[in-house]
Design a protein around this ligand. Structure first.
Ligand code: IPE
Ligand code: IPE
Ligand code: MG
Length: 241
């Protein structure tokens, strides 16, 4: 577990804290390249950063943490990199879910899960089932996630449902991947790129953005605290004057 006493001193209680923090975990490949290592080693280091971040977020009282781990576009990468990522996904799910469960995390997934092999699907289902009642933090793994695909899937689901009457935001939202989770308040992207890359397109309509030059494997408590600090000073107006 993260050193909770230290984490709390970095972000004093009573601050304006986001309920839902979403993270585009970018920069693993460049982190590895800078060290002359294969990209997959960067992804391994990224898994460690993720484990730390889940602990910090939980200790700080962030109720929902969603992480972009694999996009619908990431299949375009070299077969070896995709295979490496699938291997890590398996290892992470098998090895870490029990630990997350003991720490009170509810584990969820958002994305087109049908693309994954059966063994991964069965671990995903048992992880969701095992952790369903946990309330310390919800961790949403966005895998084979694409914002445009999510909206298309929601429209298809809406049509299948035979809905009659006006199609309002609330009606469409019911068909998104995680309709009960509040929209991201704070959306962090590491790795220095200033783009959204198809993440939470519907849900991020009014999210606050924080872009960090830190490569994801180097992300830690200090950078999370900086993002939360930046968020705490913002005024959210949602279009009002
Ligand atoms: C993010 O790191 C992880 C995934 C997309 C799976 P990258 O692999 O995109 O790292 P960079 O952006 O090439 O450095
Ligand atoms: C976004 O990173 C996807 C994930 C972090 C999973 P990418 O590295 O795929 O995004 P682009 O290609 O730089 O836009
Ligand atoms: Mg990238």
């Amino acid at each position: 577990m993260a050193d909770s006493a230290d984490s709390l001193t970095l972000v004093p209680a009573g601050r304006n804290m986001p309920r839902h923090v979403a993270i585009v975990m970018d920069g693993n490949g460049r982190w590895a390249k800078r060290r002359g290592l294969p990209r997959v080693i960067g992804h391994q280091a990224g898994v460690k950063a993720l484990e730390r971040t889940i602990d910090y977020a939980r200790d700080l009282g962030i109720r929902y943490l969603s992480v972009y781990a694999f996009s619908t576009e990431n299949w375009k990468r070299a077969h070896s990199e995709v295979q490496g990522l699938m291997g890590l996904f398996r290892y992470y799910l098998k090895g870490k879910i029990g630990q997350m469960h003991r720490r009170g995390a509810r584990v969820r997934f958002a994305g087109q899960m049908s693309a994954f092999p059966d063994d991964i699907l069965s671990i995903v289902e048992s992880a969701e089932e095992m952790t369903r009642e946990n309330t310390a933090i919800d961790v949403i793994f966005c895998v084979n996630y694409g914002g445009r695909q999510e909206i298309l899937d929601a429209i298809a689901g809406l049509i299948r449902s035979g809905h009659e009457g006006p199609v309002t935001e609330d009606v469409l939202r019911r068909h998104l991947y995680a309709p009960d989770i509040p929209d991201p308040d704070l959306l962090i992207r590491t790795g220095g790129e200033l783009r959204i890359s198809n993440f939470w397109l519907w849900e991020s309509a009014y999210s606050e953005y924080y872009f960090s030059d830190v490569y994801w494997p180097d992300f830690g408590r200090e950078e999370l605290a900086r993002a939360l600090d930046s968020y705490a000073g913002r005024e959210r107006r949602y279009g009002s004057a």
